[in-house]
Write a new protein. Structure first.
Length: 484
């Protein structure tokens, strides 16, 4: 089990491992619709609700929610906690972060009625787990409870503190006071933290883009003595943290690169691609490690999301992976093509800058992917205002490098005169290549008029006039004193 990341391990709760067909039919001893005592209602909910997991039980669960809302003003905080935790048990082992039954109005009212004092060392984590599964948006309670932990009012064990930080990262809730408290505890008791505890805190800080100088100083002091014992998922995620915050610690980065070689064949899911991206951008490994990672990319391509796929393509280009080079029976061009095919499924979800970076990387590597360029052109035409003039110049320049013409994108660029002052000097210098690499073919019709094939209906004279105007504007911007 130690070869599998914590989030891939099955829960040990026997109730979650029981098939629905073997669940007993548990019925309440009192009529819920006539119950007037909040304590009795809480007892019934705790005894019966965790067993109601089938679709036909939803009508009864909605009736319980309506009765709980009616009796909520008279319900004690202890009973509110019991009701929340009972509904929070309606999840399965395969989908541990969502519930089988949702009643957002009731869940929200329950958390709003819950005082901060109800969160103790025993109930805080179960409440926050239920908070995440219910999808409630009540950050005031979460922040107040975290402040109590940071102040020392609520004392948590190391595993509990780590899980609390991880839950905040999952909910995208920033709590600097709690994070600094966790870094202080790590600095004081690093020997009592497991490697998964350190990895969970690392992943949380990286997901929230929270930089703690104390955390980095602790890693710098302690990791050289323990890094060789870390599993591949924790090792690569720590390296990803150093890359995200651009931490200048070459000794630690080089140690991570040296340890990555022996773990390459153990990596699963998206981690071979993530390791290639992180180590390439950090320049933290030798040629032997990079070649081994490149050979193992085929195992993880189908599990990559669009952003990681794009980053991996750029990492391969940064490592100078040539299309005509063989990596243990794997051609570089085949690897680029497989990454591109996987990227086409989610290309529209990338940002405009990321899209331009991928196209520029493939063009610089000499890998011509016409399918990718057709899809990018379709996205640009369908969502023109997603792309700035600088993005259009970059795409047209790289398309011209790959000998791929897109006259529709050229016509869109000609209409962006007002965005030229916002472009960088490098983009303005690339404007002639972007324009003249996509000129439409002109032909004559009856009457001697000249028109163009493709584009958005610009005639030859109008097109040349627009070219002259946009080039003159770019030249004026580049030559203006003090502008650049």
């Amino acid at each position: 089990i130690t070869r599998v990341p914590p989030w891939k391990r099955w829960p040990r709760n026997a109730l979650l491992r029981t098939p629905l067909s073997k669940f007993p039919e548990v019925e309440p001893l009192v009529d819920i619709s006539l119950c007037t005592d909040p304590a009795v209602l809480a007892d019934v909910v705790c005894e019966v609700v965790p067993w109601k997991r089938r679709w036909e039980h939803h009508a009864w669960l909605h009736l319980v929610c309506k009765r709980a809302q009616y009796l909520l003003p008279d319900t004690s905080p202890r009973d509110v906690v019991r009701v929340i935790l009972a509904f929070g048990e309606l999840y399965t082992k395969r989908k541990a972060h969502t519930l089988l039954f949702h009643d957002y109005e009731t869940y929200t009212q329950l958390f709003q009625a819950l005082p901060v004092g109800a969160a103790t060392a025993k109930t805080l984590l179960p409440l926050l787990r239920a908070y995440r599964r219910m999808g409630v948006a009540h950050e005031a309670f979460v922040r107040a409870a975290c402040d109590q932990v940071a102040a020392g009012t609520i004392e948590l064990e190391i595993d509990q503190l780590t899980e609390l930080v991880k839950l905040l990262a999952d909910e995208r809730i920033m709590s600097p006071r709690l994070f600094e408290f966790a870094a202080e505890v790590l600095d004081l008791k690093f020997a009592y933290f497991s490697e998964d505890n350190v990895g969970d805190i690392t992943r949380a800080f990286c997901a929230l883009r929270y930089r703690s100088q104390l955390f980095f100083s602790t890693l710098k002091r302690e990791l050289p003595f323990r890094l060789h014992e870390y599993a591949w998922w924790n090792l690569i995620d720590i390296a990803d943290l150093y890359l995200t915050f651009q931490v200048d610690d070459r000794d630690m980065v080089q140690r991570i690169g040296n340890e990555a070689f022996k773990l390459v064949f153990s990596m699963k899911d998206q981690y071979p691609a993530k390791a290639l991206k992180v180590l390439a951008f950090l320049e933290a490994a030798d040629k032997r490690t990079f070649r081994l990672l490149i050979r193992n990319q085929l195992r993880c391509i189908k599990s990559l999301d669009p952003v990681l796929t794009a980053d991996t393509i750029m990492a391969c280009v940064a490592l100078q992976v040539a299309p005509d080079t063989v990596y243990h029976r794997l051609w570089g061009g085949t690897l680029y093509h497989m990454f591109t095919v996987n990227l086409l499924k989610g290309l529209g979800s990338l940002s405009a800058k990321k899209t331009c970076d991928v196209v520029a990387a493939l063009a610089s590597a000499g890998q011509i992917e016409h399918d990718l360029m057709h899809v990018v052109a379709g996205i640009v035409v369908a969502r023109p205002y997603k792309f700035h003039a600088e993005h259009l110049i970059s795409l047209l320049r790289d398309f011209a490098t790959c000998r791929h013409k897109e006259t529709d994108m050229r016509a869109l660029l000609l209409d962006r005169h007002d965005q030229l002052p916002e472009c960088t000097p490098s983009a303005l210098c690339s404007l002639p290549d972007a324009l003249f690499g996509h000129q439409a073919r002109s032909f004559s019709v009856a009457g001697g008029d000249s028109t163009t094939s493709g584009g958005l209906g610009h005639g030859s004279e109008n097109s040349h006039r627009d070219d002259a105007e946009i080039l003159a504007e770019a030249s004026r911007l580049l030559c203006a004193p003090g502008a650049y």
